[in-house]
Design a protein around this ligand. Structure first.
Ligand code: XIL
Length: 352
């Protein structure tokens, strides 16, 4: 054992690390639900399927329920693959989340050629069909994803795109009302990115999102929760204590809050694996500590469990040969410092 201590933690065999973590179990002991995004990899990778089942109580469909994945070529939806994922998730005992019904990003080209009134009808049809199809199976939906992006230059700081440009800000309330009518039992969530950071974008979006939730609540719009993505960027300015205070203020508007897409963007961090793993773990601890003191935060969802299926690996900006280590388990589905950091944060969080 003495010699092993000189190895990077990521290189240690599982037996040499602390007891196998049980993220959902430890979270559950504090009244907190833990889960992860997953998608088609679980069909071909039994290790990924087993890790998800062992560690999670919640499963979020990473891509296959998105508009462009259900309707890539035209208005007719193809639910075949999504249905298989839902079936897998339910068999694994997971509470399922759909991401995302309406998002101004990642839309198929064919939508571009639709007129304004037609687009409103397409949105209604999408919400009706998807929620009816999955009623009783998908418990929670990101009804609108990423409503704000001031850099798009739209009045009010809204994210521009086919939905916003056709309907203006009203598309948000319209989508929530439509979703509630289509599946009255579903949990309806407004999900947003970037709020965790004190850069220009994060600082601009926080008050916009707060005011938006306040307005929706005041207008009687059926919104049950706010999702904050939690793609943490250690190199951006941040103050997670101040962020947690803002989270508490949001929840006082009458919503629960969930961290919906937790991971650490490790672009620009040192190439050395041990150093990088340490920064990723420290970032997760620093974030979860204050955030989990807020009792209205009742769910934490990782955006994939293993580095093997990291969405960062599809993004540019990594030096040649360097691969993202942004997630809670390594490529071999083994625990690493991030795993223990998260489990410790769960164990130390306030009971709900
Ligand atoms: C990402 C997926 O992880 C990728 O596989 C896909 O190519 C693009 O979308 N914020 C979100 C998620 O709300 O839906 C995004 O997911 C990541 C950023």
């Amino acid at each position: 054992m003495a010699g092993m201590a000189t190895l990077a933690a990521g290189a240690l065999p599982r037996a040499a690390l602390a007891a196998t973590p049980n993220l959902a179990g430890t979270a559950g002991s504090r009244g907190l639900a833990f889960g992860s995004a997953f998608d088609r990899e679980i069909f071909d990778d039994p290790a990924a399927a087993a890790l998800l089942t062992a560690q999670c109580r919640i499963g979020a469909i990473e891509n296959s329920l998105k508009f462009d994945w259900l309707r890539p070529a035209g208005p007719e939806a193809d639910f075949t693959v999504a249905d298989r994922l839902i079936e897998f998730g339910l068999k694994a005992g997971l509470r399922l989340r759909g991401t995302a019904l309406i998002w101004n990003d990642w839309l198929p080209d064919w939508l571009k050629w639709t007129g304004v009134r037609e687009r409103r009808a397409i949105m209604d049809r999408h919400i009706d069909e998807v929620l009816t199809h999955y009623a009783g199976r998908v418990a929670s939906w990101d009804v609108v994803n990423e409503p704000f992006f001031p850099m798009h230059g739209r009045e009010g700081g809204y994210r521009g795109g086919y939905w916003f440009d056709a309907m203006g800000p009203d598309y948000i309330a319209t989508a929530f009302r439509r979703a509630a009518a289509a599946d009255p039992a579903a949990e309806l969530v407004l999900n947003e990115a970037f709020c965790e950071h004190d850069d220009e974008t994060g600082l601009a979006i926080r008050p916009l999102l707060y005011d938006c939730v306040k307005r929706l609540k005041g207008d009687g719009v059926p919104i049950h929760a706010v999702g904050l993505q939690g793609h943490l960027k250690p190199l951006l300015p941040h103050d997670y204590g101040a962020f947690a205070d803002w989270v508490a203020a949001v929840s006082e508007l009458g919503v629960t809050v969930k961290i919906t897409e937790l991971d650490v963007d490790d672009r620009g961090l040192p190439a050395d694996i041990a150093a990088r793993d340490r920064i990723v773990a420290e970032t997760l601890s620093a974030f979860l500590g204050p955030v989990l003191k807020v009792r209205s935060v009742n769910e934490v969802i990782a955006w994939q469990l293993s580095d093997r299926y990291s969405w960062y690996r599809t993004l540019p900006d990594y030096p040649p040969g360097q691969k993202a280590r942004s997630h809670l388990f390594d490529d071999a589905m083994e625990p690493k410092p991030a795993t223990f950091a998260v489990e410790t944060a769960f164990g130390q969080s306030a009971a709900r």
